[in-house]
Design a protein around this ligand. Structure first.
Ligand SMILES: [Ca+2]
Length: 397
């Protein structure tokens, strides 16, 4: 019976340190507490062992000497402490792995959500463009298969046979040109016969375009678009014709203004489609020419973000800023920039709140539609929409 005590204590020792470890969560404290437990157990063992008076009856009931038992217990303690430390290390490793796994899982979930959000934004933009297209197409109907050299010519040829000529898409085939292309004709505005060469409205069409796009045109003819320098040049370059340019502006406050030039023509591709303007008339001011010589864009060649023909060679200082590329400065749009000038109708319509102080001009960083001679209390209007169109000037010949 006496031999059973050490065995029982050993079994208790096997379990106690683990339970202590779980609740303390500290390897150092476990080691100290194991010492205490073993000391307690030794004390209990000695109290349970019947003590006999020295030299009395039953003196040698302790068949295993107490110092041997203590040594066994110490060995077991050391062994258990080692096991506990190994367990703690394994526990730490598995915990770190678990945390890593959880974080990886979270990252995967985040990546998935990011992808979904991006897809939704793309879908929303596509839908917005569709809505814009369907809104504008309701008055464009379908391309009218009438054609002529330009919208003025088409109007002249239809006016005697059609009571009311509708605005919409027609086919232009300029004189001496070997190509024909679609154009949007405004047949109601100021007598009709206008070929639209540019239109900004909602700002959904991206006008940050390379040189090639500005040459060939982009956008939707009934809505926001740029007809293309090549096409405009073909129309303006017809023999024995003169064209006027009309620019109609609408501000975010729904005020309107216009600028008109009684003559306009473009240089060819070798001259980078430089613009040449006649006399100005209008209510918006002559932003093409500006107030000072360096602001004058008349005769300036066209520039885009990838073709720099502007007047900043190699750079110019505008409002204490060094500017090398006006296109880059003006939101990577294309225009007849000089240094850089007060006009850029290819900027973004933007929103009312985007411009500090509510005004226009260079201070906004040049991302907006700029026609900075149109001012109110000395501050340029914030422009919501613009249309540029050309029409033949009747000649006596
Ligand atoms: Ca430059």
């Amino acid at each position: 019976m006496e031999l059973m005590w050490p065995a029982v204590f050993l079994l208790q020792l096997l379990y106690l340190p683990f339970s202590v470890n779980v609740y303390t969560g500290s390897g150092n404290r476990t080691s100290n507490q194991s010492d205490v437990i073993i000391a307690d157990l030794l004390e209990v063992a000695s109290s349970k062992t019947p003590k006999s008076p020295v030299g009395g009856k039953g003196q040698d009931v302790c068949s295993i000497p107490c110092d041997v038992t203590a040594k066994l217990l110490r060995d077991d303690k050391n062994s258990l402490c080692g096991q506990i430390q190994q367990s703690l290390l394994a526990y730490g490793r598995s915990t770190r792995k678990m945390i890593r796994d959880v974080m990886d899982e979270q990252q995967r979930a985040l990546d998935f959500l990011t992808t979904q959000v991006t897809e939704l934004i793309t879908k929303m933009q596509t839908l917005s463009l569709e809505v814009q297209r369907s809104n504008t197409e309701m008055y464009a109907v379908k391309p009218v298969q009438s054609h002529g050299r330009d919208c003025s010519d088409i109007k002249d040829s239809l006016v005697s046979v059609v009571p009311k000529i509708p605005s919409g898409i027609y086919i232009a085939h300029p004189e001496n040109s070997d190509s024909s292309f679609e154009v949007f004709c405004e047949m109601d505005y100021m007598g009709g016969g206008w070929t639209v060469i540019q239109r900004r409205a909602e700002g959904l069409m991206d006008f940050k375009r390379p040189w090639e796009d500005y040459i060939n045109g982009f956008g939707h003819l009934p809505g926001e678009h740029w007809l293309g320098l090549s096409q405009v040049h073909q129309i303006l370059n017809q023999k024995e014709t003169r064209f006027q340019l009309h620019i109609a502006l609408v501000s975010h406050d729904d005020e309107t203004a216009y600028a008109s030039y009684d003559d306009v023509h473009l240089g060819g591709d070798a001259l980078f489609y430089s613009i040449h303007l006649g006399r100005y008339a209008g209510s918006a001011g002559d932003a093409f020419r500006g107030y000072e010589q360096e602001q004058n864009q008349d005769t300036a060649p066209f520039s885009a973000t990838d073709v720099d023909n502007d007047g900043c060679v190699p750079s110019c200082s505008i409002h204490n800023r060094t500017v090398e590329s006006c296109s880059a400065q003006y939101n990577h749009t294309g225009w007849w920039f000089n240094q850089c000038g007060l006009a850029n109708l290819n900027g973004s319509p933007g929103d009312r709140g985007a411009r500090p102080g509510g005004g226009g001009g260079y201070a906004d960083g040049g991302t907006h539609i700029l026609w900075d001679t149109w001012t109110q209390n000395g501050v340029p209007h914030l422009i919501k929409s613009v249309t540029m169109k050309i029409r033949r000037i009747p000649t006596n010949n």
